[in-house]
Design a protein around this ligand. Structure first.
Ligand code: GTP
Ligand code: MG
Length: 204
């Protein structure tokens, strides 16, 4: 192992694995989204309501994501907070057709944002305004307004309209999420490269 690799390991900067928490109310489409992101030979044929949570994996060109797909049912939502510390990114899914429960989704989001394990961290949050195919679905802009997303100033966030059944809109979101990590990995790599150069110059 080269100096570069060892330094990266010691400094904890060489992070190619990203833990993602997938949150949102029951029936919003979390499992359907994660299922679509998995390789086709690993996809489940039937998506059923999640009991507790399940751990899933999918890869992009430069990152390997481990997803904690949490159940959104009321009786399981108190499980979410036990995984906040491990989460390095959040995917928050909203059923854009469920106007009645938009206020509940906002309450859960506010509770999440004010949790001590989340509040002071610049953790990226990707929102999917899902079920865009429904005839009376709210637009992503409207969902964003109802959830008051513009008030989130201390965390990078992004909202995508999606139709998880057809897989539409998912790639845009994952590209954004990947960008949040590949940028920091690139900066860390540059820093380590310069550091290694300085050390080798010093030793020669
Ligand atoms: N029309 C439509 N239906 C969707 C979409 N995404 C998911 N669904 C359906 O919504 C239902 C719930 O989807 P799930 O993925 O199980 O929802 P979930 O958020 O994981 O639910 P819990 O595990 O109970 O928290 C399923 O019948 C899906 O087929 C979508 O974009 N459009
Ligand atoms: Mg589920």
């Amino acid at each position: 192992m080269g100096l570069f690799d060892r330094l990266a390991g010691w400094l904890g900067l060489k992070k190619k694995e990203v833990n993602v928490l997938c949150l949102g109310l029951d029936n919003s489409g979390k499992t359907t989204i994660i299922n679509q992101l998995k390789p086709s030979n690993a996809q489940a044929q039937d998506v059923v309501p999640t009991i507790g949570f399940s751990i899933e994996k999918f890869k992009t060109s430069s990152l390997s994501f481990t997803v904690f797909d949490m159940s959104g049912q009321g009786r399981y939502r108190n499980l979410w907070e036990h995984y906040y510390k491990e989460g390095q990114a959040i995917i928050f899914v909203i059923d854009s057709g469920d106007k009645l429960r938009m206020v509940v989704a906002k309450e859960e989001l506010d509770t999440l944002l004010n949790h001590p394990d989340i509040k002071h961290r610049r953790i990226p949050i990707l929102f999917f305004a899902n079920k865009m195919d429904l005839r009376d679905a709210l637009s992503a802009v409207k969902v964003s307004q109802l959830l008051c997303l513009e008030n989130i100033k201390d965390k990078p966030w992004h909202i995508c309209a999606s139709d998880a059944v057809k897989g539409e809109g998912l790639q845009e979101g994952v590209d954004w999420l990947q960008g949040k990590y590949t940028h920091s990995m690139f900066c860390a790599s540059n820093f380590l490269f310069v550091f290694e150069l300085l050390v080798s110059t010093e030793m020669s």
